[in-house]
Write a protein that binds this ligand. Structure first.
Ligand SMILES: Nc1ncnc2c1ncn2[C@@H]1O[C@H](COP(=O)(O)OS(=O)(=O)O)[C@@H](OP(=O)(O)O)[C@H]1O
Ligand SMILES: Nc1ncnc2c1ncn2[C@@H]1O[C@H](COP(=O)(O)OP(=O)(O)O)[C@@H](O)[C@H]1O
Length: 207
């Protein structure tokens, strides 16, 4: 099991510069914005739009995108259930380090299982894990199909594709739900503004 601890005889070494000091320097609070949703729901687009919007306000962000992290750190992981869990666990741990650095970390990955997302939430202090559900129907994602992956999944060339022959468990009570229904098109910048307003209201955009 991935949760079995094999590192023993280790001790935590404290630094004289702490999260509080870094937040003072940056004039913001470190946190994790966790964007979950189907492939094609707009996670990467929202992550980039949000990062740009916050950057323009002088806030330091960093994006951990599932697709991108799978090019390096997680290139050894497949899309089997246990590998998805490990993908999410590692990104959750890295996101925690970014938040501790005082950075607004934007993690965008399908993260289809509730228990894997909840485990990442549990790594952070109360309030610092902000789960954003991109609630976009499968039909809309499939019609977009920017990488042609749904087409491949439908004809059996990709097995275990989320939403087709692999599950997606929507959040039950996340912080923000962004819906994209039928004709009502919500632009990426409107979605990013919703998230920025939440951060403002909760005090994350000041130290
Ligand atoms: N079987 C299967 N199911 C879902 N997605 C697949 C699969 N195979 C490859 N891809 C591509 O991988 C991207 C999703 O990676 P993630 O790390 O976000 O997935 S997960 O959180 O571990 O489930 C996903 O990117 P996005 O479209 O940006 O979501 C796909 O491009
Ligand atoms: N709010 C939106 N409204 C309409 N189209 C969008 C929106 N957000 C993203 N898209 C489009 O949907 C497709 C999938 O977006 P992407 O960000 O790659 O999704 P994901 O990262 O979830 O796979 C892209 O073609 C993108 O331009």
């Amino acid at each position: 099991m991935l949760t079995v601890r094999k590192s023993t005889n280790i001790a935590w070494h404290k630094s004289s510069v702490e999260k509080f000091d870094r937040q003072e320097l940056l004039q913001q609070k470190g946190c994790v914005i966790w964007i979950t949703g189907l492939s094609g729901s707009g996670k990467s687009t929202l992550a980039c739009t949000l990062s740009r919007g916050l950057h323009l306000r002088g806030k330091l962000t960093y994006i951990l995108d599932g697709d991108n992290v799978r090019h390096g750190l997680n290139s050894d992981l497949s899309f089997k259930v246990e590998d998805r869990a490990e993908n999410i666990r590692r990104i959750g741990e890295v996101a925690k380090l970014f938040a501790d650095a005082g950075i607004i970390c934007i993690a965008s990955l399908i993260s289809p299982y509730r228990k894997d997302r909840d485990a990442c939430r549990a790594l952070l202090p109360e309030g610092d894990f902000i789960e954003v559900f991109l609630d976009v129907p499968l039909q809309v994602c499939e019609a977009r199909d920017p990488k042609g992956l749904y087409k491949l999944a439908r004809c059996g060339k990709i097995k275990g594709f989320t939403g087709i022959d692999d599950p997606y468990e929507p959040p039950l009570n996340c912080e923000i739900v962004l819906q994209q229904k039928g004709g009502d098109c919500v632009s990426p910048s409107d979605m990013a503004e919703t998230v920025i307003s939440y951060l403002e209201e909760k005090g994350y955009l000041q130290a």
